[in-house]
Design a protein around this ligand. Structure first.
Ligand SMILES: *Cc1c(COP(=O)(O)O)cnc(C)c1O
Length: 337
């Protein structure tokens, strides 16, 4: 099956499994795992930050950041469709008593500076005190514009807010824009990075920030049950991904472009441009179920809905692109009753 449902579906390569099997390990809660320590340091260095913390998921990395930046009853600003607001089980509210302040996205996925400024609650005792601006890069496959990153983080700082970046796919943004990862982390107090998406590791994210922030984050990780023991086995897989799977993300981006170009020629499919490893499609609602079943019968797994997202990754090769396109073409030209 060619699985386009997400870039989380990748399986560890033989070389990655080999690196995991060889990893030297110790009890990481005691600070004894050299493989984890080396990996955290390597990620922090790439990100231009002082320290890193290995966490089991991006969701936990984001939650720990929220808990570090905000106290009970305080607010964070994020996009209406951001992952940290919409797709993390309400963790901020459920576990932190932190109030989300979502604001609408602009057409390009950014948040308008005036809207951010309007949403900031201040000293008036009626207001929720706003502590944090949380942004996302990439957002729906789009790379955050450089000037906006600078303007939004500067604005936050001017108002005394902390800044967090959900960089689940920040390596995709770095490779697509040709900018170093550290440049994409600039202006943020904390950044979370995923290794279990297009980078192909089975498990793992890293939260980066300054040393004092990471010390507090380490405490919250334990509180949340994210302190793991001989976890160098997992960190070794992520470290292998950091060394061997970053540059190759350009292949996923090229595949996404080829797919978008090919799909644009097919009747009844509206395709949206993308910068990285995703293609967004709209198909007539009545066709959704049938398309999904048709694709599956041709060996292509996709979740077709109101908007459909096809995600490219490590386990989709050059030869798969024509197979995907022909599955779509045969659907468009199917005999109808
Ligand atoms: C996947 C993802 C996360 C974290 O997800 P986990 O499945 O918890 O690792 C966070 N933000 C974005 C934008 C994501 O796509």
């Amino acid at each position: 099956m060619i699985d386009l449902r997400s870039d989380t579906v990748t399986r560890p390569t033989p070389a990655m499994r080999e690196a995991m099997a060889r990893a030297e390990v110790g009890d990481d809660v005691w600070g004894d795992d050299p493989t984890v320590a080396a990996f955290e340091a390597a990620v922090a260095e790439r990100a231009g930050m002082a320290a890193g913390l290995f966490v089991p998921s991006g969701t936990q990395g984001n939650l720990i950041a929220l808990l570090c930046h905000c106290q009970r009853g305080e607010a964070f600003i994020a996009g209406q469709f951001s992952h940290i607001y919409r797709d993390e089980g309400g963790g901020a509210a459920a576990l932190g008593s932190i109030q989300p302040q979502p604001i609408a996205h602009e057409a390009d996925g950014t948040l308008a500076l005036f809207a951010i400024e309007d949403a900031i609650g201040g000293e008036d005792i009626h207001h929720t005190r706003t502590r944090l601006l949380a942004l996302e890069n990439t957002y729906r496959g789009k790379v955050m514009p450089k000037a906006w990153q600078q303007d939004a983080t500067t604005l936050a700082r001017r108002h005394g807010l902390s800044t967090h970046l959900d960089g689940a796919r920040l390596f995709n943004a770095a490779v697509a824009s040709g900018r170093p990862l550290a440049a994409l982390c600039q202006g943020f107090d904390s950044v979370s990075l995923c290794f279990s998406k297009g980078l192909g590791a089975p498990v793992g994210s890293v939260l980066v920030g300054d040393a004092a922030f990471i010390a507090r984050a380490r405490r919250w990780r334990k509180t949340l049950g994210g302190g793991m023991r001989q976890v160098g086995i997992l960190a070794a897989g992520c470290h292998h991904a950091l060394e061997h799977h970053v540059e190759r993300l350009t292949e996923d981006h090229a595949h996404a472009r080829q797919l978008a170009e090919g799909l644009a020629d097919i009747d009844g499919v509206a395709v949206q441009a993308c910068d990285t490893n995703m293609v967004f499609l709209a198909v007539p609602e009545a066709d959704g179920r049938a398309l999904e079943a048709h694709l599956a019968s041709r060996g292509v797994l996709a979740s077709v809905g109101a908007t459909t997202r096809l995600v490219l990754h490590l386990d989709v090769g050059d030869a798969d692109i024509p197979r995907i396109l022909s599955a779509f073409r045969s659907f468009a030209s199917r005999p109808r009753a």
